[in-house]
Design a binder for this molecule. Structure first.
Ligand code: OGA
Ligand code: MN
Length: 295
């Protein structure tokens, strides 16, 4: 296996290994797992991707999430991001599927709004537009390192509330419906996630974060917006331009990502699997000793 660094201080392409090897072979898994802990975003090119191959690869890393209600793929281990309706036509801009893509274009980490947040996501491209439709990443480890020590210490002792309906509300007030709101109540997480393998600390931040324990709402939102700014300057980003056959894997503990727009009328179809965090991934220290979001 060859590791080719791609991004500004994180992200790497892995060559000489495919997703089937990782599923079948302990040694291949161990090498890829080590690269994942180190580089936070891994790119596999020219893969022979199927749902089954992606699932078998993903299961190596931990328990798979079950896709939430009202999503394409609900109740399975696959999230289907596509802009095609059942008849195969590209949906209009105001269609729920298009709006959900728009929500993915806000800087976020996956599943911070779930009762068990995500260790990693695996995304494969099935149909891609001619232009645009990239996925962009930043390292929240490098963002943490760039903060002054006083703010680092403060964030390590702070807890933020995350809610799915909040980030969706930024796109359209009712994008998250009553079923999703009921299934996905706000969750509270420490604002720094420490990697237990290498000790590196990362700001744990997402479009889903709407409040900070013990802080007045408006001041909390201002701090969340400022941290997002600091984490995402253009020179800190890795922009991935998709080819069919690409598989990307990222560490939701140590990165944020966002989708990029593409020309209206062009189809895009991606499939995601998501791996839940466990105690071995540093999850226990993320839990707040806390109760309800403050008004
Ligand atoms: C995701 C996501 C962005 C994209 O799958 O979690 O945010 O580019 N995707 O589709
Ligand atoms: Mn995402």
């Amino acid at each position: 296996m060859q590791i080719v660094p791609l991004g500004p201080g994180f992200a790497a392409e892995l060559r000489g290994v495919n997703i089937q090897d990782v599923a079948a072979d302990d040694g291949a898994y161990a090498s890829v797992r080590a690269a994942f802990e180190e580089y936070s975003v891994l790119v596999f090119r020219d893969q022979d991707v199927s749902d089954e191959a992606q699932l078998a690869f993903s299961r190596r890393f931990g328990p798979l999430e079950i896709t939430k209600v009202s999503s394409e793929g609900a109740g399975t281990n696959l999230v289907i991001l596509k802009t095609l309706d059942d008849a195969g036509s590209v949906v209009p801009d105001d269609h729920r599927l298009a709006l959900e893509n728009k929500a993915n274009q806000l800087w976020h980490t996956d599943s911070s709004f779930k009762q068990v947040p995500a260790l990693a996501s695996v995304l494969s491209s099935r149909v891609i537009p001619e232009r645009g439709g990239e996925t962009e990443y930043v390292s929240t480890r490098l963002a943490f390192d760039s903060l002054d020590v006083t703010l680092q210490r403060r964030l390590e002792d702070s807890f933020a509330w995350h809610e799915y309906a909040y980030s969706r509300g930024k796109i359209a007030p009712d994008l998250a419906g009553p079923e999703e709101r009921a299934a996905l109540p706000p969750q509270c997480w420490r604002m720094v996630w420490q990697n237990p393998v290498n000790g590196r600390k990362a700001v744990y931040l997402a479009s889903h974060a709407f409040a900070i324990e013990g802080m007045e709402r408006e001041a909390a939102r201002a701090l969340l917006a400022e941290l997002t700014e600091v984490a995402t300057p253009p020179e800190a980003r890795y922009l991935h331009s998709w080819r069919v056959g690409d598989v990307l894997m990222w560490d939701n503990r140590a990165t944020m990502h966002r989708g990029r727009p593409w020309p209206a009328g062009e189809p895009r179809h991606m499939v995601r699997t998501t791996i839940s965090a466990t105690a071995a991934d540093g999850l226990e220290a993320m839990r707040a000793p806390s109760r309800q979001p403050a008004e």
